[in-house]
Design a protein around this ligand. Structure first.
Ligand code: FAD
Length: 480
């Protein structure tokens, strides 16, 4: 009988871990507290619409494809992805707009026409720069288990130092991009990692590579199609997914090795190895040995997320729309000091935006509106924030938005806390330098226990948590 690996949590990290474990010939059981797979990549349904509730920007589909390949499956047999172009539409306080086009030549043409040929040349230089960052970072530092800061001492580190990758991201980008609009469009992605572009190191420019250069994708059926497809491959390959089962503890033998897990419905499930793929700090408590290896973490800002079913159609918007406030530099300082943004920067995703050449979707329109906000440790949850969001949308050109809503759901930082995300942020520990790479809470918890997910290495976001599943499995299959 092959080894039995228990995976706790059927978010994208847990599903990735399960697929890698299955691919290595292990028996796998995934235990998920909720009644559906996907974790943060969940759905909310009204009688007429199904919304994606979490991630809406899918990047690096080749990483997703590698997870299917690890389980002996072809992603294309299970998921149909299309690239979204423009990846984003950026709206600036002066009333101008810029589309983020993945086609580099088309993007350069747009910048040359709307700003200047010199700025277009700067953009091409920036694309080369962030592409080189990606090449130097991915295999040496991101898709690799690092055991100590000494593991950073690789030839790629020297290359990154030479490239000025440890200088300020904003200052580095300014060497290429002189116009504040292009600079915002190609550095705002640091916010995904919970770091202000003005304070981030240039190494985080790699996130701009992942979306603005490599492209943004959308599965047929929405983002929830991803965990659904992963779960179906796991089950086709003999894995078991037990929903509605909350793990309450990991039982260990005298040597500290996991031998079973216990669940809230009284089950004791024997295991040869365990992967804990929920929030890392909460998962560490399941080990119940009174030991906490966690230092206090600084958590990313959170968000108010409004899902609005609506009768309104806005002809000039794109799939992803980023509306920048005037006081961009101040925004992050406000979020960190516990205040809501005085001049918001926000994302509007039109989830049923028509594909190019298609007619607008009939029936209700699905708008997903995300306002960054302080996490609950930084500041209080505002009961009046829905009104503030609706007023701001009206002001940003979404005329009649409030009156067009036929159903809605608002998730506040308090709501994320109730869902089990520490500090009320689903974006986990911020990727400050000392919470990244070998300094991030690690994925090893003994000989046969590993962590996966946004709270451990390499970090937050779909590509990273998919890699975390691989790295956790690698820990168990080739322990230190
Ligand atoms: C609003 C929002 C927008 C986002 N936007 C993007 C985006 O556009 N692009 C992007 O790449 N990323 C985005 N992200 C981040 C990305 O979605 C997450 O980083 C990623 O999905 C986290 O996956 P995970 O598996 O680590 O954790 P989770 O998805 O949180 O999964 C953990 C799972 O473990 C289960 N669990 C916890 N405890 C137990 C227990 N004791 N027993 C059993 N099960 C348990 C939970 O129920 C959950 O299903 C967004 C997230 C949110 C919420």
């Amino acid at each position: 009988m092959s080894e039995h690996i228990l995976v706790v949590g059927a978010g994208l990290a847990g599903l990735s871990a399960a697929m890698h474990a299955i691919g290595s010939g292990r028996r796998v059981t995934v235990l998920e507290a909720q009644d559906e797979v996907g974790g943060a990549a969940g759905v909310w349904a009204t009688p007429d619409s199904v919304f994606d509730t979490g991630p809406t920007v899918l990047t690096m589909p080749d990483i997703l494809a590698s997870v299917f390949a690890a389980a002996g499956a072809e992603m294309d047999d299970h998921l149909s992805l299309r690239q979204i172009e423009p990846a984003y539409r950026g709206y600036f306080p002066d009333g101008s707009t810029l589309d983020v086009l993945t086609d580099v030549d088309a993007m350069a043409d747009q910048i040359a026409n709307k700003i200047s040929p010199a700025e277009a040349r700067g953009y091409l230089g920036y694309v080369d720069y962030v592409s080189a960052l990606y090449r130097h970072e991915i295999s040496s530092f991101i898709d690799r288990n690092l055991d100590s800061p000494l593991d950073l001492l690789r030839p790629d580190l020297l290359a990154l130092l030479r490239m000025g990758a440890f200088r300020s991201l904003d200052a580095k980008a300014a060497q290429f991009l002189r116009d504040p609009r292009t600079r915002r469009l190609f550095t705002f992605q640091a916010l995904y990692a919970g770091v202000a572009p003005t304070r981030a190191r240039a190494i985080y420019g790699v996130i701009s590579y992942m979306d603005a250069v490599n492209g943004v994708f959308l599965p047929d059926g929405g983002m929830a199609a991803i965990p659904a497809a992963m779960a179906s491959v796991i089950e086709q390959r003999g894995g078991v997914i037990q929903l509605g089962t909350r793990v309450t503890g990991v039982q260990r033998n005298a040597a500290g090795a996991a031998i079973a897990v216990r669940t809230d419905d009284g089950q004791r499930l024997p295991a040869d190895a365990v992967i804990l793929a929920g929030d890392r700090s909460r998962m560490a408590r399941l080990l119940a040995d009174g030991r906490s290896d966690l230092r206090p973490l600084r958590y990313s800002p959170s968000a108010y997320v409004l899902l609005a079913e609506s009768t309104a159609q806005y002809r000039n918007i794109a799939h992803h729309n980023i509306h920048f406030g005037r006081s961009w530099a101040q925004t992050f300082a406000e979020l960190e000091s516990g205040q809501v943004m005085s001049d918001p920067s926000l994302l509007v995703t039109h989830q049923n935006h028509p594909a190019p050449g298609s007619a607008p979707a009939a029936g209700p329109q699905r708008y997903y509106v995300l306002f960054p906000a302080p996490n609950v440790r930084a500041g209080p949850v505002r009961d009046d924030y829905l009104g503030i969001m609706l007023d701001e949308l009206e002001h940003r050109g979404y005329r009649g938005f409030s009156d067009s809503i036929t159903a809605h759901r608002l998730t506040t930082p308090g709501g994320w806390l109730m869902q089990g995300y520490p500090a009320g942020t689903p974006f986990s520990a911020a990727h400050s330098f000392f919470q990244s790479g070998p300094f991030r809470p690690g994925n090893c918890a003994g000989r046969n226990i590993a962590f996966a997910g946004a709270g451990t290495v390499p970090g937050v976001g779909i590509p990273m948590v998919l890699l975390s599943g691989r790295l956790a499995t690698e820990r168990l299959l080739s322990p230190r």
